[in-house]
Design a protein around this ligand. Structure first.
Ligand code: SF4
Length: 404
């Protein structure tokens, strides 16, 4: 049984659709390596989500799964702090997805902006499938099954977390009354220990009898602090406070990644489909070559033509990698034609090579140690399953599905 508070729990996933690159490193994984020290983290490979768009070539997914896990480990996601797993190894996600699908209005899914956007962007694929429509609801199941309070995502995923909150709210509203709710709540109060239990009861009474909002807030804070109760009990006691019933599923918040904007080699967003990436496994020579052939401000045809860093993707890389002194050197040298583009690119190439080298080397070692990589995932998936099973038992009971 887990005694962690949902506010302490983070969950995020990534689709295994290709090699990881600098965009993932700066946008996502570095952030994860920070979060793992502050929260109880669950990070997973969303292989079912990859199938919603790659159902016609499922074989590429397996290789990508292991490459992705290796890259996470190589960057420093730590299996002794964060739980890493593969979605399809926790089949409870599918069960929750199915049950949520019973009560989710079709319009909620059709209205998610990524639904039409993706269909238009991937015109060569038929995405008018049942599975693709359900993409955000499967994501809701991923999140809700861990009762995660925080979901680190990019701006494009915020709508999915919002949908998740709506689904949780609707679920709690429809099924929040367990038959033995009162009894379970009283048992949960006992588990807090004498002092906290009596404080909780008094605050609840004050709130229910006089509507004292401060008493409610204090009682909620008291629950947050409790170390000895499971998430299920904590949510139950949140519900009991307001007399309404049990909060079975917790409403999550997005944790917007304040990522350094990582442009691609051509200045557009770094993305495999634009062929403008530097992968976390690129060799030093490849990196040097890619930087060397990067486009620059087109008005600098000759060395003597002054340029404008604002029109040059190399400058965006300097903003990620270079210190103030180097940035000033670029600004001045470019605008006065005092430096050439080859000189200007050198510190960027060096910085990226230095950043990638240890990651690539670690990844190569891990590739020779697949047994270890696979055991990280099988252990992580088992750990995730324990949490998922606990939630599913509450969900089944709430929906009247615990017949024997
Ligand atoms: Fe771009 Fe640097 Fe060349 Fe200016 S000097 S155009 S910033 S590469």
């Amino acid at each position: 049984m887990s005694s962690v508070n949902s506010q302490q729990r983070v969950l995020s996933g990534m689709r295994p659709t290709g090699r990881l690159h600098l965009g993932h490193l700066h946008g996502v994984i570095k952030n994860w390596t920070q979060l793992q020290h502050e929260y109880e983290c669950f990070f997973f490979v969303a292989d079912w989500h990859a199938l919603t768009t790659h159902y016609d070539d499922p074989l590429i997914i397996e290789d990508n799964i292991w490459d992705m896990v290796i890259d996470w480990l190589a960057v420093g996601v730590n299996p002794s702090t964060a739980t890493m797993f593969v979605q399809s190894k926790v089949p409870e996600h599918a069960e929750l997805h199915l049950l949520l699908s019973m009560m989710t209005p079709l319009g909620w899914l059709e209205r998610v902006p990524s639904y039409k956007d993706m269909q238009e962007n991937l015109k060569d694929k038929d995405l008018s499938t049942y599975g693709f429509l359900g993409y955000p609801l499967l994501q809701s199941a991923d999140i809700l099954i861990y009762r995660a309070g925080h979901v680190p995502v990019g701006a494009d995923q915020v709508a999915h977390v919002e949908l998740t909150r709506e689904v949780a709210r609707r679920f709690n509203h429809l099924y929040g009354r367990e038959p033995d709710f009162e009894e379970n709540a009283l048992a949960a109060i006992k588990k807090m220990g004498k002092k906290a239990a009596s404080l909780y009861k008094n605050l609840r009474k004050a709130y229910l009898e006089t509507g004292d909002a401060e008493a409610l807030a204090r009682a909620q804070a008291l629950l947050q602090e409790q170390q000895n109760i499971s998430i299920g009990d904590r949510e139950r006691l949140f519900g009991y406070l307001e007399g309404s019933g049990k909060m079975i599923l917790a409403e999550p918040q997005s944790l917007l990644t304040k990522a350094a904007k990582m442009p691609g080699l051509d200045g557009r967003k770094m993305s495999k489909s634009y062929e403008n990436i530097i992968s976390l496994r690129d060799e030093n020579d490849d990196i040097a070559q890619k930087i060397k052939t990067m486009p620059t401000d087109p008005s600098r045809v000759r060395l003597s033509d002054p340029g404008d860093p604002d029109k040059c993707p190399v400058w965006e890389f300097h903003q990620v990698y270079s210190d103030e002194k180097t940035c000033n050197w670029v600004q001045e040298g470019c605008r006065s034609a005092g430096i050439g583009c080859i000189d200007c690119k050198k510190p960027v190439a060096d910085a990226i090579i230095n950043e990638i080298k240890p990651i690539r080397e670690k990844a190569n070692q891990l590739e020779d140690n697949m047994l270890m990589v696979k055991s990280v995932i099988s252990e992580g998936s088992e750990k995730a399953r324990e949490v998922a099973r606990e939630t599913m038992s509450d969900v089944r009971q709430a929906m009247g599905l615990n017949y024997r």
